[in-house]
Structure formats: structure tokens, C-alpha cells
Ligand binder design. Structure first.
Ligand code: PEP
Ligand code: MG
Length: 759
């Protein structure tokens, strides 16, 4: 008789497995029983469980049919043999003649020579492959779909049990791969400064599937169908909603989403999983785990993007099934550190309102909106920390060190103590900076340096006082457009600008007009895709092509100023002509204000940013025409090095202290000085807020810097210890260096002269 599933199918088997798992005996005894029951139920001569150990090695943990002496002795390197292949690809393997397969590797200690047919499925949970479950038979045969389905279902239940740590005896395992309670360190990238020690709160956690095995499969199928239907209705409603006013790409995204919700393959797989005996929730998880594991191992970018859609759909479907709304900010515990796969800025604002200590987001980069908001709110943030949302569990202890980019989950006590020490040191440093808050930034040779802060959100405003900033050197007005779901109306813009001017209370504020485009695309305003967005239709280019937008913004600024002086700065100016055209538009808006009887600003100073290299070759012209200038070194260096600032592969390729950067900055300073305009030129890119780079700027003669508020203390401390007359000759000499960077030489200078350049 050919082997086949015994009567009652996987449902009976699942129930039996549940009983075994509940038995009070050693983990090994339970595992042994499991393989024996699976083998007999599937009429297989062999059933084996391989689990992952440190370094991805797969160890035989239990077997029925193979030589028992091989248990815990047979270990396969990642990718080794058929079992290794299944773990690596996270895909099942169904072979009627296994020894013929090119990946087959024979392990004599197992005594597996007589077995021809082979069926193996990965034991997956989240994106992690915990191990592999196999069945084998002597005869060369092909396991049918139903059998494959049944084994996958069992593997899913096993994955859940492995994740709970109950398949392994305490103390038996000395590595972290199988234990969900062991410490794990994930390396990410610090995106917003600080150090947080607290406990994990999972943002949009996987809905925990409590019940895996269905009592009444027919009823379960109905539940799934109903949930799928209400999911589809909800997606349709989203698409039809006039409130959201979906347009362009947003609409396309939702339309694609609707297609997925109706995807026959997806629905079919869900139904099959329920038919095999799982609850509807467990079926959603299983299908999702398979999809995720397969897609994350493929290099197909399109597929990877689609995965987010399916992930989101699966989460929603689970919520429809459990009728829960998921974790909300209201449920935040004390000392919460939020861990998320992805998160939008609005959600962060919501959490911040309820108080959180830190944040870890798997998918976030330096210039992401979430990073901008986190920095504004002084919430330490680590991004790019792959896998954290799967590894961390709600309530786990966690340390987020944005300085090193390390995230430590469930760290040992000693490690936490070490971080507490570091936290105390950081607090001392902050206290030292606070102590000089009201002192001026005067160098040892007597030059008064203006230290302004960069801002863009209402949340930044309190920093004007607590940082001791002289003013706001760069107010990024586009942030208001980026964080909202809708385009801000005139009244919204007026309200924000008025709040800023009121908070500044007479300190100067430089409003930069909208710097949209490039990597700053509002969710509602996506336009045609560009090949090179950084070089595309952005900033002043949009303003000149759509004059209404700039005039509207100027109208808001004029109305907010109510007669007070205004400073306005234009981004991405590439040539004088653009500056002059913008000035004309602004002039028209001033005329309009007079005409309709609105108070015009007491004085309106118009500046330009130096961030396009073409401007460097006509500096005299712009210096003679603009009221002030500010070096946007982030973009200027991106273009000078032809190096995308948002692409992590190249973003750190060139050092900001390369000799050519020194020469470039020197050219700006000398030209401005020649025209007696150096005091009207500031620097507002990232380099202004890095003490070592800022030191070079001061030596070159710049006297006005604008930076993130938290860097004012460190830069001021550096400035007060610096004698620019001593450093200047060295900096001029270093302009001619042939080294890739002169950072080490500058650090050496700071050590010899006792200049603090730490953060
Ligand atoms: C810059 O480019 O240096 C700058 C300050 O502007 P942003 O970072 O907003 O592009
Ligand atoms: Mg810029």
C-alpha cells in the first residue's frame, strides 16, 4: 500500500500534538514522541526534526526511523545537504528520489541510505527559520499536495512551540538561536541622539495567535470568509472615501492593495490552511510566514515592496478576526521604548504625547521623516535594526544606544549597569553644556560666534530657550507639508509661522521657503516619478514653475509677521536669475499686501542657500545681490561628490573633512571676505553642528553657524577653547593635503590644544 495520510488527516494529528506538548515530561521526551506520532500519522518510515543552533548550524534534535545515536550529533552547516537547502530557501522540498538531488549529502551516522522519497518543510516564524521538519519513505514516491500541506501545518505549530522555548530543556542550550529569553544585540544606525533604557512596547505587534488548532473546521472556514469579506469592504471604503481625497500614486497604491485583498492565490492558501486543521488566525500567520520567508530571501525588489502590502493586509485580517484595534499609544507602560517595523511621523507624535524613552524602527534612514521628528523631540532613535520587531517581545528589557547604533534586547544586568554609567556620564555632559548656556560663544582670540538652531516643527521651539540659541538660522517650512496627511491651508501656515515668531520673541528667524521634491515628497502630492529626484524638479524650481505656491507661502509669512521684520531664504538656487525671479514674485506679494491693507514686514531680508555647486562659480554675483547667504553643506557636498546623501551604500563614502571640502569652504570664505560680506554668510548643513568640522569653519573665518539645538552646547564649548589664529595656518596648509581626510590631523590638534570636540 502506498504511504498516505491516515484517516482523520492532519486535524486528528494536530490534536494529538497538542496533547503531547501539554504533557509533563522532559523536552527531549516530548520531541521524541512528536516525531514518532507524526511518522505514524503520515505513514512515513522516518520523521526528523532539525533545529538551528548558533551560526545557523542545523542539528538533528529528534528522529523516528533514523539512527537515534545521530541525535544531537548530526550537524549540518548552513546550506549543507537537502535540509540545509530547505532552511536556506525557506521553501519546502518534495523529492521522489532524494539521493539524485545535487544537494544531497550522505551522513553515514544517520543510516539513511535506504530512503528514497523525501519531504521537508521549514519551521518558520516571522522571518526566522528555526529549523526543518522532514519525513522520508523507502519507496520512490511523490508526496501529494495534501501531505505537503499537512507537514507545513505541523511545522507551524512546532515553530510556535520552539519560539516559546518549551521544546528545549532549560540549561541544555548554550546559544541564543533557540531561546527566546536570551540576550540579543542588533546593530542599527543611530538616527536621533541619546541613550534609552526601558522596556519594549511593540508598535503594531503581530496579533498573538493563542489558538492554533481548530475545534470545528467548518465554522473556522466561515469565520475566515467573513473576515476576508469585511476586510475587502474596508479596503473598498478606503478607496471610495471622499474624505481622504485620494489622488495620483496614493490612489494607485490603494488600488493595488484592493487587488491583493482579492488575490485568489492568497485566499486559496488561507482556505487550504484552515482546511488542514488550523484556526483562521493560525492560517493567516502560516501563509504570511511562508510568504515573508520566501520573499525576504529573494532579490526581487518588486516582490519585496509587495510584501509590505501583504504584511499590512495580513495584520488587518488578523484584527478583523480578533476584532481588536492593535496596540495604541494609550496602552503605553512606564519607561516604554517603542519597537516597530515601520512607523509614520504622525504615529510617533502620538506616542510622544504619552511619553516614551526611545524608539527602534527597522525601516528608517537618516533623512526619513521619523528621524527628523525624533530628533526634534529628543527621542533616541536607532533605525535599520533588522529583525528587532521579531526578536523583541512586549515587556522585554531593552537598551537603545543611538551613539553606537546598538540595540540590546534582554541584556544581562551587568550590561544594563554599564549603560546606566554611560547615561550618567551623558547627563553630566549635558549639565556642563547647560552651565554655559547663557554665556556667549567667544573664541579665545575674541571673535563672537553666532550659534543658531535649525528647526521645522512646533516641537523644536522650546529648544530656543533651553539651548541658548541666538536665533533660528534655518526653519525648514516643508516639514509642515511632510508630516500632515493633507496640504496645509493658508490658515495653518499662518498659525505655524506666527507661533515661531512669537516663540522667538525678537530673536532672528530665517524661514526657508518650501524645499519640497527630491527625497521630500508629501504623502498627498506625489507627482511623476523622476530618474534622479535629487537633481529634479524640486525646491526653488517648483516655486518658479508654480508661482502660486511661493506667493501663497509668502502671504502666510507676511500675515504671520504682522509688521515684524522677516528673513526669508530660498533653497537650491543654482544661478542668480532664479534668485531675481523669486524676488520679483515676493515683491508682488508685498504689493498685494499693501493693496489690501495688510501690514507689511518692517524689513524683509532675502537670502539664498549655497547648495548647488554652479553657484560657487559666480559667488560674487549672488554675494552682491542677496541680503545673506547660508551654506547648505548637506546638498552642496552631495552634489560636489556626486554622492546621494540618502543612499546608505555611498552616503559615508567621502569624508566631510577631505582636503577638497576644506578648499571649497575656503573659496566661499575668501570670496565673501574680499567683498566684505563674510559676516552675512552662515553655514546651516550638518557640518555646522559637528564640533570638529565647526572648528574648521571658524578657522576659515565663518562667524555664524546653524545646527540642531542639541549641538549648540558642544560647539560652543569647542569655540570657547579655540584660538582661530593658531588653527588657521594649519587648516590652510591642509587644503593642499593629498590625504583622503585630514580628520586625524585635526583631532591631533584638538588634543594638543585641549579643545573639546566630543558631543
Ligand atoms: C543642506 O542641504 O545642507 C540643508 C541645510 O538643507 P536640507 O538638509 O534641508 O536639504
Ligand atoms: Mg538642502
Amino acid at each position: 500500500m502506498p504511504p498516505q495520510l491516515v484517516a482523520g488527516g492532519p486535524r486528528v494529528l494536530l490534536r494529538r500534538l497538542r496533547e503531547i506538548m501539554a504533557e509533563r515530561q522532559s523536552a527531549q521526551a516530548r520531541l521524541d514522541k512528536l516525531v514518532s506520532v507524526i511518522a505514524s500519522n503520515m505513514v512515513a518510515e522516518v520523521c526528523s526534526i532539525y533545529l538551528r543552533r548558533a551560526g545557523g548550524v542545523l542539528e538533528l534534535f529528534a528522529t523516528e526511523g533514523l539512527n537515534r545515536n545521530a541525535v544531537h550529533r548530526t550537524r549540518l552547516k548552513p546550506g549543507e545537504g537537502l535540509v540545509g537547502l530547505v532552511a536556506q530557501t525557506a521553501a519546502p522540498l518534495n523529492l521522489s528520489n532524494a539521493p539524485e538531488h545535487p544537494s544531497f549529502s550522505y551522513r553515514p551516522e544517520t543510516g539513511e541510505d535506504p530512503y528514497r522519497s523525501f519531504l521537508a518543510v521549514p519551521i518558520v516564524r516571522g522571518e526566522r527559520v528555526f529549523g526543518v521538519l522532514t519525513v522520508q519513505n523507502r519507496t520512490a514516491r511523490h508526496y501529494d499536495e495534501e501531505e505537503e500541506e499537512a507537514l507545513a501545518t505541523i511545522a507551524m505549530v512546532l515553530a510556535e512551540v520552539v519560539a516559546q522555548g518549551t521544546l528545549v530543556d532549560p540549561g541544555e542550550i548554550d546559544d541564543s538561536e533557540l531561546s527566546p529569553t536570551s540576550p540579543v544585540t542588533v546593530q542599527g544606525e543611530g538616527l536621533a541622539e541619546g541613550l534609552a533604557i526601558g522596556s519594549v512596547f511593540l508598535h503594531e505587534p503581530r496579533v498573538r495567535v493563542e489558538r492554533m488548532i481548530a475545534d470545528d473546521p467548518a465554522a473556522e472556514l466561515r469565520r475566515l470568509e467573513e473576515a476576508l469579506e469585511s476586510l475587502r469592504v474596508a479596503v473598498d471604503a478606503m478607496l471610495e472615501s471622499s474624505e481622504l481625497e485620494l489622488t495620483g500614486d496614493t490612489r494607485e497604491v490603494i488600488e493595488a492593495y484592493r487587488l491583493f485583498a482579492n488575490d485568489q492565490g492568497w485566499t486559496q492558501r488561507l482556505m487550504d490552511a484552515v482546511r488542514s486543521g488550523l484556526t483562521a488566525e493560525a492560517a493567516v500567520e502560516r501563509v504570511q510566514d511562508e510568504l515573508r520567508a520566501r520573499i525576504t530571501r529573494s532579490n526581487d525588489v518588486y516582490l519585496r515592496d509587495r510584501l509590505h502590502d501583504f504584511e499590512d493586509l495580513a495584520r488587518r485580517l488578523l484584527r478583523h478576526l480578533s476584532a481588536s484595534d492593535g496596540a495604541t499609544a494609550e496602552a503605553l507602560p512606564e519607561r516604554a521604548v517603542v519597537v516597530a517595523r515601520t512607523m509614520g511621523p504622525a504615529e510617533l507624535l502620538d506616542y510622544a504625547r504619552h511619553g516614551i524613552l526611545g524608539l527602534v524602527v527597522e525601516e528608517a534612514g537618516q533623512s526619513s521623516h521619523i528621524a527628523i521628528v525624533a530628533r526634534s523631540m529628543d527621542i533616541p532613535l536607532v533605525g535599520g535594526a533588522e529583525g528587532v520587531a521579531d526578536i523583541a517581545r512586549g515587556g522585554d528589557s531593552i537598551v537603545v544606544d543611538a551613539e553606537s547604533g546598538e540595540v540590546r534586547i534582554r541584556p544581562p544586568k551587568e550590561i544594563v549597569n554599564a549603560y546606566r554609567g554611560k547615561q550618567a556620564l551623558l547627563a553630566q555632559r549635558v549639565a556642563r553644556f547647560a552651565a554655559i548656556r547663557d554665556q556667549p560663544a567667544i573664541t579665545r582670540d575674541g571673535t563672537r560666534i553666532t550659534l543658531n538652531m535649525n528647526a521645522g516643527l512646533v516641537l523644536d521651539l522650546p529648544h530656543l530657550t533651553d539651548s541658548g540659541a541666538d536665533g533660528i538660522g534655518l526653519f525648514r517650512t516643508e516639514l509642515q507639508f511632510l508630516i500632515g496627511a493633507k496640504m496645509p491651508r493658508l490658515a495653518d501656515q499662518i498659525a505655524l509661522y506666527r507661533q515661531v515668531l512669537d516663540a522667538a520673541g525678537g530673536k532672528p528667524v530665517v524661514f526657508r521657503t518650501l524645499d519640497l521634491g527630491g527625497d521630500k515628497i508629501p504623502s498627498y502630492g506625489r507627482t511623476a516619478r523622476e530618474e534622479n529626484p535629487a537633481l529634479g524638479w524640486r525646491a526653488i524650481r517648483i516655486a518658479l514653475d508654480r508661482p502660486g505656491l511661493l506667493r501663497y507661502q509668502m502671504r502666510a509669512l507676511i500675515m504671520a509677521a504682522q509688521g515684524r521684520p522677516l528673513r526669508v531664504m530660498l533653497p537650491m538656487i543654482a544661478e542668480l536669475r532664479e534668485f531675481e525671479q523669486a524676488r520679483l514674485l515676493i515683491g508682488k506679494e508685498l504689493e498685494r499686501a499693501e493693496r489690501v491693507g495688510i501690514a507689511t514686514p518692517g524689513e524683509l531680508r532675502l537670502g539664498a542657500m549655497i547648495e548647488v555647486p554652479s553657484l560657487l562659480f559666480g559667488l560674487e554675483q549672488i554675494l552682491s545681490n542677496a541680503d545673506f547667504l547660508s551654506v547648505g553643506s548637506n546638498d552642496l557636498l552631495q552634489f560636489a561628490f556626486a554622492c546621494d546623501r540618502t543612499n546608505p551604500k555611498v552616503a559615508r563614502r567621502y569624508d566631510t573633512l577631505a582636503p577638497c571640502v576644506l578648499s571649497l569652504l575656503r573659496h566661499i570664505a575668501t570670496t565673501a571676505n574680499r567683498l566684505n560680506r563674510l559676516t552675512s554668510v552662515s553655514v546651516c548643513g550638518e557640518i555646522a553642528g559637528r564640533p570638529l568640522e565647526a572648528m574648521v569653519l571658524l578657522a576659515l573665518g565663518f562667524t555664524s553657524l546653524s545646527m540642531h539645538a542639541s549641538m549648540i552646547g558642544p560647539v560652543k564649548m569647542m569655540a570657547r577653547a579655540l584660538d582661530t589664529r593658531v588653527l588657521r595656518p594649519l587648516v590652510l596648509e591642509l587644503c593642499g593635503s593629498s590625504d583622503a581626510t585630514v580628520r586625524p590631523l585635526l583631532l591631533d590638534f584638538t588634543e594638543r590644544h585641549g579643545i573639546p570636540v566630543g558631543r
